[in-house]
Design a protein around this ligand. Structure first.
Ligand code: F6R
Length: 240
């Protein structure tokens, strides 16, 4: 794993956006795996700010996850987040962007369909990841099998708590989500993981120095041949 140490969140976002832009320029047919949450917001801002001249019409995107039960129009859905923070500003067409449908009648079938779409799209070239304080990647909580593919997960109370900041009322945070599995994520050709702030210090220390085990899902990335971590001083402050 390559670690790029930066000063703060802004530098992390600029660096991540420049890596994404360079890869789009190199391969306009790129398949991007995208994340939501607080961490990539600055990256999306920088990407949009520097989008002039980027060949965006042929790329495809697949998001990591979506809350179960939320329709694409729900203000807290990841569909809505992506539309507002990236897809609309970049004027991507709806056929270019993919997220699991959280309000599908048969969520198991939806998870299988989504996994199949990723495979049929040729797999992910560059996967953007954040990291949960408990080591989750996507919504793969501690204990998830490293062999998992897109599936339905029950969110840990700590994850619901951490994400309550995006909801008006913490009771509204869904209990379940659909997420790419760990195996799905591991098949990405390049993984770009971002971490900033002291809140992520313990997780980043574990990721870089801990043992590989299913109780800390992100540790699996130590087995991946091409991972780039961009982390700021605060997130790296626990490294010996
Ligand atoms: C988001 C996702 C999650 C987040 C993680 C960190 O699509 O899959 O793994 O990356 O929960 O969230 P933030 O960035 O809000 O700290």
């Amino acid at each position: 794993m390559e670690v790029i140490a930066v000063k703060n969140e802004q530098e992390m976002s600029e660096k991540a956006a420049s890596i994404i832009a360079a890869q789009i320029t190199d391969n306009p047919d790129i398949v991007l795996g995208l994340a939501t949450g607080g961490t990539p917001e600055g990256t999306y801002r920088e990407w949009i700010r520097n989008a002039a001249g980027l060949p965006l019409s042929r790329l495809q995107t697949f998001n990591l996850d979506e809350y179960a039960g939320l329709s694409p129009n729900h203000p807290n859905s990841y569909h809505r987040y992506m539309e507002e923070k990236l897809f609309r500003p970049l004027e991507l067409r709806s056929g270019q962007t993919h997220l699991p449908k959280g309000d599908a009648d048969d969520l198991q079938a939806e998870a299988r369909r989504y996994e199949q779409d990723i495979q049929e799209g040729g797999g992910i070239d560059l996967q953007l990841l954040g990291i949960g304080e408990n080591g989750h990647i996507g919504f793969n909580e501690p204990g998830t099998s490293f062999d998992s593919r897109t599936h339905i997960v029950k969110l840990k109370p700590s994850t619901r708590e951490a994400n309550a900041r995006f909801f008006d009322d913490k009771e509204e945070v869904p209990y379940h989500a659909v997420t790419m599995g760990i195996q799905t994520i591991m098949e990405s050709r390049h993984i770009l993981l971002l971490a900033s702030g002291t809140r992520k210090q313990e997780a980043v220390t574990n990721l870089l120095e801990g043992k590989i085990n299913e109780d800390f899902p992100a540790s699996v990335l130590q087995n991946h041949p091409y991972v780039t971590i961009i982390a700021d001083e605060a997130a790296l402050s626990g490294i010996s």
